[in-house]
Design a binder for this molecule. Structure first.
Ligand code: UFG
Length: 341
């Protein structure tokens, strides 16, 4: 198949592009390089530099595009509160333009990077896809708005467009740290955000001596040790789910997609929660560094516990996470962070 990966120079998008190439597809990466890195685009993919909305017609109009994996997004929760326009335009307006272009050019398949942030503070755990969606931050609201738009477009397409929204929980780890990364200029693909807000890379920066300590955002949550619990999923497992989602959409008899009016929503997590303290402990074990930590106030908009039910992804996509050991996930992130330090 010929597939377009938007955001394919970013953390998740680059690993998805790698997996889709390895599965034998032709891949075109669209990325404006505002947060992505040119050298993260896997060898073998063609890179089109530009804004998704602006280049969609050129890329999709070239013909014979079988599907789009839409990872390009603004994704900083904190920034989204301060700059809502950046998020509503960058995530929602851009994706609606992409949906219009998919329709204009008869592209039949879409896989979208959605988020656990669409659920907000859950009523029960693990979270299933029919849980209430009440995002507690602007970022999550924009991801939910896109999910709703996709559902409206697939329903109106009369079967011409099929879509899967993958609601990622906490993506972690790195691809190719065993040397199999094979990209232009980088040995591996991992998180390298200019503005880093995610727990594991921040803790590893302490181990690298790039930061003095890690702040623990609250120790008074209603959890076993008082710190927030999250479901960490390895980026390799996540990328594999995109390949499987495209496979599902490519099967004409995908009853589950048809029953969902052409738009299947699937959570992607390990189904296992780890607290902030457990993550810091894992990082201490893996790095051998003491990693000083200090309790700080809760971060606005943080839910206490976010753990996925992955039952639907397992049943509908035939997906199964293979990296369920926290130390293993951290070890890959550590190998990547150390190689780039
Ligand atoms: N945390 C700290 N200290 C830090 C950074 C994070 O204690 O310095 C805590 C957070 O409070 C949270 C956990 O570590 O409990 C994980 O935080 P991350 O920022 O790594 O991830 P989030 O759970 O906030 O965010 C993830 C995705 C978002 C998505 C969100 C869904 O990265 O894209 O899940 O709520 F929106």
């Amino acid at each position: 198949m010929t597939l377009v990966v938007t955001g394919g120079a970013g953390y998740v998008g680059s690993v998805c592009a790698r997996y889709l190439l390895d599965a034998g597809n032709d891949v075109v990466v669209v990325d404006d390089l505002s947060t992505g890195h040119r050298d993260a685009v896997p060898d073998g993919a063609r890179l089109v530099v530009g804004d998704v909305a602006e280049v969609a017609d050129e890329v999709l109009g070239a013909g014979d595009v079988d599907g789009v994996v839409h990872c390009a997004a603004r994704s900083l929760v904190g920034e989204s509160a301060e700059r809502p326009a950046k998020y509503w335009h960058g995530n929602v307006v851009t994706t609606v333009a992409l949906l219009d272009a998919l329709r204009r050019h008869d592209v039949p398949r879409l896989v979208f990077s959605s988020s656990a942030a669409t659920y907000g503070e859950p009523e029960s755990s693990p979270i299933t896809e029919d849980a209430p969606t009440r995002p507690t931050n602007t970022y999550g609201a924009t991801k939910l708005a896109v999910d709703l738009a996709i559902g409206n477009y697939t329903a109106a397409s009369g079967g011409a467009l099929g879509a899967v929204s993958l609601r990622y929980f906490n993506v972690a780890g790195a691809h190719g740290t065993d040397g199999s990364g094979d990209t232009g200029g980088t040995a591996a693909l991992g998180e390298r955000h200019t503005v880093e807000t995610h727990l594991i890379p921040l803790v590893l920066q302490v181990a690298l001596g790039q930061r003095d300590e890690i702040a623990i955002y609250g120790d008074d949550w209603p959890t076993a040790d008082g710190t927030c619990v999250r479901d960490y999923i390895h980026v390799d497992d996540l990328a594999e789910a995109h390949v499987l989602a495209l496979d599902l959409l490519a099967r004409g008899d995908a009853g589950s997609v048809r029953e969902a009016d052409g738009h299947l929503v699937c959570n992607l997590g390990n189904g296992q929660g780890f607290s902030v303290l457990e993550v810091i402990e894992a990082c201490r074990r893996v790095t051998g560094h003491a990693i000083p930590a200090r309790v700080a106030p809760r971060r606005a908009g943080d839910p206490g516990v976010l753990v996925a039910s992955s039952a639907r992804a397992r049943a509908e996509l035939g997906w199964k996470p293979t990296h369920t050991d926290l130390d293993g996930i951290v070890a890959d992130a550590w190998a990547f962070a150390r190689a780039r330090a």
